[in-house]
Design a protein around this ligand. Sequence first.
Ligand code: AR6
Length: 186
Amino acid sequence: MEDYIKVNQTIITLIQGDITKVTADVIVNAANTSLLGGGGVDGAIHKAGGKSILEECVKIRERQGGCAVGEAVITTAGNLPASHVIHTVGPVWNGGNNNEIEKLKSCYRKSLSLASEYKAKSIAFPNISTGIYRFPKQLAAETALEALFDYLNPMSVEQATIEQIYFVCFDDVNFNIFRNKLVNAL
Ligand code: AR6
């Protein structure tokens, strides 16, 4: 069973599993500033999506020198069941004194804006920064949902294209945190 809530016209759905298997217009990647791939969800997306994703990342690097923390760039989704991948760079958790919360919020906000620019109707997010970058999971979930609710409430004009937002939790800890939060929001 999928858990979901509706905010204005947008449905927010919780899924447990591998984001590379999710069908959505846009899949979001938790990348690093080099855009050249890595481990975790980044490794999984490049592996499943194929080399066309990396080729476009290399072009973006040549054009603008990678991607800053809190920013987002867009490429093809290659072989994934999506039209585009948005690569965003989450903050490394450093104790919380380095604007990590604002930077993480910015990842969600910029990804949603970019998806809207591309007229995406659906977008799937992983739990950005909560793996190798060690952002505390509870705080990351609160930050992600706050960014989302800020974006959807009040409904902005650009938001109108996005009808479906998926939170794809890979690990049990993140899944249970999100499930509790969504149940409480009902
Ligand atoms: N589908 C969905 N979520 C996943 C998957 C998957 N296939 N695999 C892992 N996760 P991480 P970060 C979850 O480490 O913390 C890379 O090397 C995982 O359980 O992928 O933002 C990049 O190149 C966790 O909850 O990303 C960067 O260098 C979440 O994805 C660095 O890691 C994020 O974990 C970014 O670190």
